[in-house]
Design a protein around this ligand. Structure first.
Ligand SMILES: N[C@@H](CCC(=O)N[C@@H](CS)C(=O)NCC(=O)O)C(=O)O
Length: 333
């Protein structure tokens, strides 16, 4: 685990000393957008026109942020247009690596790099910051388009519609305000909330974070008791963003991040929602519990020094979810 400082790799854990034991996630730095015609998007510079086989997605199958991009790529039928490389699940002194001694870890067939940070250096030889996944790479400009998953999924949702993406809009205009509102608190209290609990180095920072996680889960349980998805009968990006945390919750966050007041399996609506999306065509292909569990339990020596992987819960994600009987069929996205 480490970061680049002016282009030099340094092995160091997150600094929580200066923040009273609180984990603070730093903002992603590559913020360009792929657009249908290459015009600049909401941030960054232009020149990234949608096209098949021009862009490449680097992911970890363990990472919930990267998982969002894999889900959207699947739903939009972008697999053949945007190939992927999968890093090794262990993230140790060199950060994410392209080791291939683990099933489904692909290495870096594009450039044969050993470490993900070398790709960041290819884009910016003087880069300072964390070297995170996902990375959306431009093979023409040999640079990083974006390393912010929230924005990558928006690009996947609409930019490739003219070059062969499957129909479907998971950020529809009429629901945007509602989706943005839900995303904001789900990000803070759930997606990032579990990390704030798990990486806290003071009791007070942990207490605050973990209370936030469970208050938000109670609120989500109520919402998902009213309708099938977070905004109503239609699957949106808000659901996908929540879901990648829920799928990791019982196998990892309960034990490894000490989010153990209740399990998702204890919540009727959250667990039904978890299975509902898991059972959608293609979704289970994006889930790799070996990467997920090996990554977390074996990469964070500060919180699990011996790297022992817990036995894990018994979970049957193929069990009927009953949400279509309860709420009717899903609306068209
Ligand atoms: N804002 C980023 C966050 C991505 C992120 O933090 N990814 C983690 C993996 S789950 C990572 O690569 N961490 C490496 C590090 O912090 O050095 C996004 O959502 O794309």
């Amino acid at each position: 685990m480490g970061l680049l400082v002016e282009g030099k790799w340094q092995d160091s854990w997150y600094d929580t000393k200066s923040t009273g034991g609180h984990f603070e996630r730093s903002a992603a730095q590559f913020r360009n957008w792929i657009t249908p015609d290459g015009a600049p998007g909401p941030a960054g510079r232009g020149g990234f026109a949608a096209a098949g086989h021009r862009y490449h997605l680097y992911v970890s199958l363990a990472c919930p942020w990267a998982h969002r991009t894999l889900l959207m790529r699947k739903l939009k039928g972008l697999e053949s247009l945007i190939p992927i490389s999968v890093v090794h699940p262990l993230m140790l002194e060199n950060g994410w690596t392209f080791g291939t001694d683990f099933p489904a870890a692909t290495g870096d067939p594009l450039y044969n790099k050993d470490y993900l940070y070398q790709l960041y250096l290819e884009a910016d030889p003087r880069y300072s910051g964390r070297t995170t996944v996902p990375v959306l790479w431009d093979t023409v400009g040999k640079t990083i388009v974006s390393n912010e998953s929230a924005e990558i999924i928006r690009m996947f949702n609409s930019a490739f519609d003219g070059v062969g993406a499957r129909a479907g809009d998971y950020y529809p205009r009429e629901l945007r305000a509602q989706i943005d509102e839900i995303n904001a608190w789900v990000y803070d209290r759930v997606n990032n909330g579990v990390y704030k609990a798990g990486f806290a180095t003071s009791q007070q920072a942990y207490d605050e974070a973990v209370e936030g996680v469970f208050a938000a889960l109670e609120r989500l349980e109520t919402i998902l008791g009213r309708h099938r998805y977070l905004t109503g009968d239609r699957l949106t990006e808000a659901d996908l963003r929540l879901w990648t945390t829920l799928i990791r919750f019982d196998p990892v966050y309960v034990t490894h991040f000490k989010c153990d007041r209740r399990r998702i399996g204890d919540y009727l609506n959250l667990s039904g929602f978890l299975r509902d999306i898991y059972q959608m065509p293609g979704v289970s292909d994006t889930v790799d519990f070996a990467h997920i569990r090996n990554h977390y339990y074996r990469s964070h020596a500060t919180i699990n020094p011996h790297g022992i992987i817990s036995i894990g819960p018994l979970q049957d994600l193929d069990e009927p979810h009953g949400r279509d009987d309860r709420f009717g069929p899903a609306g068209e996205s």
